[in-house]
Design a protein around this ligand. Structure first.
Ligand code: GFB
Length: 308
């Protein structure tokens, strides 16, 4: 990728797409095409075909997706499956039609079986049953992987797929009904602190473990893979470290200086017991994350502390 090549970031307003956009601008890329979803609905086959015919991008970062936390995934399975299938099919197919030089498709750690061996190796894909709260989303993402692999195998397209772990950072979703756990807890503790509330309610048992990657590290890994990885096999992106939801809640409680209690709502689902990525493959290629969870939590706290 030289600095003049035409790059399309699908989903540049989302948390991941916007981080990739910032990273590419910082690296001096001058010819980046971005369009909001109101200007280009990626679920619309004709609109995507017209866009590719007009713009003819050379590189595509496919970060557009319908995403959300455990509850959104569980409650809106139809949209999580339909929207993601349509976006992937349209963008990947048009990238083939218009001879895109390279495409990076972003999946998710939820593509792995619920009880896969930890840490999650890339080879665990399709070796067992999925976690039911996010099976629709996972199946859409697995379809995206298969699309990339099939166009590569059949037509020689350089389409690659990376699987990021749970992410957080600027432009995250703080709507409590739809968000992921980290922004949800930060918001809940900030509001409780402001209102002097006696307790904060957290979903599930607190026992599940999750791995958290700052989205700026994710953007760096995405650009790194675009430059250095050309293979049909999926590749994990993460930190290789995880933490229980109980311990995450304690960390956030401390950062916010909230002195009340935590109450657990065990009517809410826990989801997958553990999702720790095996990141040895990307480490061997020469990329490692640089923002620790403690640093990242302070960064999002500083960013959001006066927002609620
Ligand atoms: O981040 P999260 O929504 O998604 O939830 P997943 C992680 C864990 O935190 C679950 C618990 O055990 C939740 O029950 N949790 C505790 C909370 N309090 C809260 C809260 O207030 N809000 C939320 N959201 N969770 C999603 C998948 O799974 O992760 C997607 O559904 C995707 O498909 C994404 O893979 C990365 O890690 O469980």
């Amino acid at each position: 990728m030289n600095s003049d090549c035409k790059i399309f970031i699908a989903g540049h307003k989302g948390m991941v797409g916007s981080a990739i956009h910032r990273k590419l601008l910082k690296e001096g890329y001058k010819n980046i095409v971005v369009l909001s979803s109101s200007a280009l609905d990626l679920r619309n086959q004709q609109a995507v075909a017209d866009f590719f015919a007009k713009e003819k991008p050379q590189y595509v970062f496919l970060a557009a997706a319908k995403v959300g936390g455990i509850q959104a995934n569980n409650n809106y399975k139809a949209e999580f499956l339909y929207d993601n299938l349509m976006i992937e099919a349209n963008v990947i197919h048009q990238s083939y039609v218009h001879k895109v030089k390279k495409l990076l498709f972003l999946g998710s750690s939820c593509i792995y079986p619920k009880y896969a061996q930890q840490p999650l190796k890339e080879a665990s894909l399709l070796t067992g049953l999925l976690e039911p709260t996010n099976d629709a989303y996972a199946i859409a993402k697995i379809a995206g992987i298969k699309l990339c692999q099939s166009y590569r195998e059949q037509y020689g397209c350089n389409f690659i797929s990376a699987m990021p772990t749970n992410m957080y950072g600027p432009n995250d979703n703080y709507d409590l009904a739809h968000s992921h756990v980290l922004p949800a807890l930060l918001k809940k503790f900030l509001i409780a602190k402001k209102n002097n509330a006696p307790f904060v309610e957290i979903w599930g048992t607190g026992k599940p473990k999750r791995e958290f990657l700052h989205v700026d590290d994710m953007a760096e890994a995405s650009v790194f893979l675009m430059k250095h990885y050309d293979n049909s096999a999926i590749i994990n992106i993460g930190t290789g470290r995880d933490i229980s939801i109980t311990d995450l809640a304690s960390k956030i409680k401390e950062i916010v200086h909230f002195e009340g209690d935590i109450q657990w709502d065990t009517n809410k689902p826990d989801g997958t017991p553990r999702k720790l990525m095996d990141v040895s493959k990307i480490h061997q290629l020469g990329w490692q994350h640089s923002i620790s969870l403690d640093q990242g939590l302070k960064m999002v706290y500083e960013e959001m502390k006066d927002c609620f």
